[in-house]
Design a protein around this ligand. Structure first.
Ligand SMILES: Nc1ncnc2c1ncn2[C@@H]1O[C@H](COP(=O)(O)OP(=O)(O)O)[C@@H](O)[C@H]1O
Ligand SMILES: [Mg+2]
Length: 174
């Protein structure tokens, strides 16, 4: 069991938080469901992509995570520091204390502001053409700045949010 720490980011479907005990790892918690199978499907997909050499974070699996009683305080601090908008703050504060299921993965210390958009585009095109050459169909928003992470330290781009990518059966069974 893990405890929810600092808020890292959000998409349409999920919020991502650092794990309080292990900040080098983070957890993706769905905003809408708590279905284990959905998370497990994502985990399986991530493992296939990693095996194929696609740059995705390392995933640990589906675990129970706790939103602690001081969760709102953590979020408030981040709001005061200007790290999150009022709207985001308001939304996060509505999460109830208690346990949920989440997908645990490696935290990528990502900062897209440190890199030129030319360099990101170059890496994106290079990696995405390898993905497409394998017959994988990527989602329309794969190149959105919200769905890629950039590690300046490693000079590496990561794909996140590949839930809607379609991987052909024949490579899954390989
Ligand atoms: N491994 C990670 N390390 C650091 N931040 C992450 C990681 N995964 C996701 N995030 C942050 O969380 C946000 C939402 O994640 P994403 O997987 O795109 O969720 P959604 O499925 O809701 O779109 C991302 O835009 C990013 O800011
Ligand atoms: Mg997303």
């Amino acid at each position: 069991m893990y405890t929810i720490g600092k808020f890292l980011g959000a998409g349409l479907f999920a919020n991502v938080f650092r794990l309080k005990e292990y900040p080098l790892w983070c957890v993706k918690v769905s905003k809408w469901t708590n279905r284990k199978s959905t998370l497990e499907e994502q985990f399986a997909k991530a493992q296939i992509l990693q095996r194929l050499g696609v740059p995705v974070p390392t995933f640990l699996g589906v675990y129970e995570v706790t939103f602690p009683s001081y969760f709102k305080k953590t979020i408030e601090k981040q709001y005061r520091r200007g790290e999150i908008s009022w709207w985001r703050y308001w939304n996060l504060c509505r999460i109830k204390e208690g346990m949920k299921l989440g997908l645990v993965m490696e935290t990528v210390e990502s900062d897209l502001t440190l890199v030129s958009s030319r360099r990101v585009k170059y890496h994106f095109r290079k990696e995405i053409s390898k993905v497409k050459a394998m017959g994988i169909k990527v989602s329309f928003d794969a190149d959105s700045r919200e769905n890629i992470l950039w590690s300046q330290k490693q000079g590496k781009l990561y794909f996140i949010d590949f839930d809607f990518w379609r991987i052909p059966r024949k490579i899954i069974n390989q």
